[in-house]
Design a protein around this ligand. Sequence first.
Ligand code: KG4
Ligand code: ZN
Length: 362
Amino acid sequence: MLILGIESSCDDTSVALLDCSDKGCFVLSEKTASQIDIHKKYGGVVPEIAGRMHAEKIVPLIEAVLENQPKPDAIAVTSGPGLITGLLVGVEAARTLSYITDLPIVSTNHIEGHIYSTQIKNFDNVILNNVKDPSRSYKRDSSAKPQNDKKEIQFPALCLVVSGGHTELILMKNHGKYKLLGATIDDAAGECFDKGAKLIGLPYPGGPQISKLAVSGNTRAIHFPRPMIDSKDYNFSFSGLKTSALYWLRDNKNSLNINDFCASFEQAIIDVLVSKTMKAAKEYKPKTIILGGGVSANPKLRQTLQEEINKNLPDTDFQIPQMKYAMDNGAMIAVAGYHHAKQKDYTSWKKIKADPNWRLAK
Ligand code: KG4
Ligand code: ZN
């Protein structure tokens, strides 16, 4: 089944065509237009500008992704959660495409996309033959090497989704069956990275900058709090960490070592994320642990969680997205959409709606 994935919930317009079957979901074609350079000037995403940029890019991206490719069987579009100005553009594009082509639409949750981002399979050099053949028989270059040979998700799976807008621990009992174990009660982990970076004058988005500078810093140089690390629930809180960094900078202006600051700040966030995830893993005994969302691009977080799992739960499979699929992308939406398309869980173009507050798990 060929799925066209469309993502426009934040500051990336991203479209991908994937070939999905029981063997997995393979990327045939993908294009992303990032808006980071524009939002950088304002220190964060400006919803009005984001909407306009998505509107400019979405049709050219869809056209480019479908060029010389077989016709998709379904469209998966992010309809929430996210910025309404962005979601509307993706949903309206999908609605129009469905109206014209009769293709069914899967209304897809962005967080579910991040969970399935670990399952995206791609080839370094996909070569398709017979793409115009109506039977859609095509071959790949036999020398193409899969970039991801990850196993399928084994259930129950424990998912830590950490992004600019979300920090959630979700128990996935099966495809489409989610239970929320905990979430942030204030700032998201990515937001905390971005706000901490802003305090020391780093450009948006600060997460990647902090992680780069942290590499040569001392994680113990500054003692930042680990909010809620010992709380009995699986909730998170990151706003106090930002405030504590603000006070530390006020009082230690002259002794700031950027690398030490970044390393200590990053470590505080990672300690909380890893500790809560391991606590949940010990209670719920998942077969798979999934780390997804933009913050999953953080190498130290990946490494720390991997080490803890190896040490304490060696039989548990740990899945992370390839670096390029950690950030928002259309391919992850296509994979999540595929699992709904298999069940014919479609929404008519007449009924699909953008829902900025759509909660995947309750
Ligand atoms: O999932 P995503 O692309 O967009 C949302 O759905 O929010 O996540 C973006 C977030 C930003 O806050 C960004 O700073 C963070 O992911 N991020 C990182 C790293 N790379 C991206 N945070 C920490 N370390 C990184 N290497
Ligand atoms: Zn995201």
